[in-house]
Design a binder for this molecule. Structure first.
Ligand SMILES: Cc1ncc(COP(=O)(O)O)c(C=O)c1O
Length: 407
């Protein structure tokens, strides 16, 4: 592959790629651990991990070895035949993460949620009581397909693509009374992110999750937890929902499942693992050799090395450092999140400028909202790196405030 300068890359992208992303002016070409290097050779501390995907850090040796070995052996045969790494990854996920369940592998978070919703509809069909209403949350994000967009509680994302798929109802997060009002005997599923991610990083309260569980038990609705972003150990436990002790009927994972190789999964526990039958659902690429071999190495490493514990400890250090900014760094007004899923709230909508300024200082973070900066670093982050990141962010917010007077 030819080497291209950033300018040339921008030019090619602008001419040949649809303009669906507001890209930042940098092209990363190499990564190791929590560090990235751009096309000009500049080094960055990566506190974003490819939007929560690179859970083990860049170029993790276990994942690299698994990819290399699998690429040499076999890349594709389809799901017409048995796929060894898929069966092994399923065992690891079921026994290590969601006991008593069964898996369906796909390629993304959106596909995982789409499949979970199909499962919920089929479940009620089998019960002789077809249902299609799904209760979701405002500010939630579940994907970009038409169904998962309809589930997403951010109207601006689906308005241009209307009419949305019927049956999705949205209630405010942590509003127990609204949830009680919305879930009834016609509800097929309640779909919830235990920690809302794209909507701004908002952990849901235990009482709210417990209410969702109780209402589903009472009405027969299927409880689906979308842990595409909050799962994989990021919040201090492998599943964010484990901290509350509440278990879903169906669980979705993606993002960090293979440290950067696309893979998603939905898992149904008990009877929900047997709802879909031959012919009901399928995919050409899902559960492929490469993705599952990488997933096996990734999930195995997270479990063996107890990286969720590191996420809790280092996340605590990062959160404290961010909290210290409230009151000392003008315009940082609050901190949200758990483990290594955190956001700093700003008093003004200048998160994009702050992110740009951070890039200039060699720090990668994300403007999850116009007035909030998000961090989803690799779970291998050290305390020193957490403090380095917090210091650079503080400098950036201060500089943006002083420069533009916008803040
Ligand atoms: C909670 C959640 N669900 C679903 C998705 C969609 O995943 P994907 O982009 O892999 O389709 C995302 C992506 O950000 C997400 O954060």
């Amino acid at each position: 592959m030819e080497d291209v300068t950033l300018e040339r890359c921008v030019e090619l992208d602008s001419r040949y790629v649809m303009h669906t992303y507001k890209r930042l002016p940098v092209a990363f070409v190499r990564g190791k651990g929590t560090r990235l290097w751009d096309s000009a050779g500049r080094e960055y501390l990566d506190l974003l991990g490819g939007l929560g995907v690179v859970v083990l850090g860049h170029g993790h040796p276990a994942v690299t070895a698994a990819i290399e070995q699998q690429a040499e052996r076999l890349l594709h045969t389809t799901n017409l035949y048995y796929v060894e790494p898929q069966a092994l990854l399923a065992r690891t996920l079921v026994e290590g993460v969601f006991p008593g369940s069964k898996c369906f592998f796909c390629n993304s978070g959106a596909e995982a949620n789409e499949g979970a919703l199909k499962l919920a509809r089929k479940y009620h069909f089998l019960c002789g009581d077809p249902r299609s209403k799904v209760v979701c949350l405002l500010k939630s994000f579940h994907g970009r397909t038409l169904v998962t967009l309809s589930a997403t509680g951010q109207p601006a994302k689906w308005e241009p693509f209307g009419p949305v798929v019927e049956g999705f109802v949205h209630v405010a997060m942590n509003d127990v009374a609204a949830l009680e009002e919305a879930v009834d005997g016609s509800t097929a599923a309640v779909l919830i992110e235990p920690v809302i991610g794209e909507g701004g990083v908002y952990p849901l309260e235990d009482e709210f999750l417990a209410t969702a569980r109780r209402l589903c038990n009472q009405t027969g609705a299927v409880l689906i937890f979308d842990e595409v972003q909050s799962g994989m150990g990021r919040t201090g436990t492998f599943l964010a929902s484990s901290a509350s002790g509440i278990k879903p009927d169906v669980l979705t994972l993606a993002k960090g499942l293979a440290n950067g190789i696309p893979v998603g999964v939905f898992m149904g526990v008990g009877e929900f693992g047997d709802v879909l039958e031959p012919g009901d659902h399928g995919t050409t690429f899902g559960g492929g050799f490469l993705a599952c071999a990488a997933g096996l190495a990734c999930v195995g490493t997270i479990l063996d090395e107890k990286l969720a514990v590191n996420a809790a400890e280092v996340g605590g250090v990062l959160k404290s450092a961010l909290e210290e900014m409230v009151g000392t760094v003008p315009h940082v007004t609050g901190v949200r999140g758990r483990g290594l899923m955190l956001a700093a709230q700003l008093s003004e909508p200048v998160a994009r400028e702050v992110v740009m300024d951070c890039l200039g200082r060699g720090l990668v973070v994300n403007d999850v909202a116009p007035d909030a900066v998000r961090m989803l670093p690799p779970l291998t982050l050290t305390q020193e790196e957490a403090l380095e990141g917090a210091r650079l962010l503080a400098e950036a917010v201060t500089a943006v405030g002083e420069r533009g007077g916008v803040l």
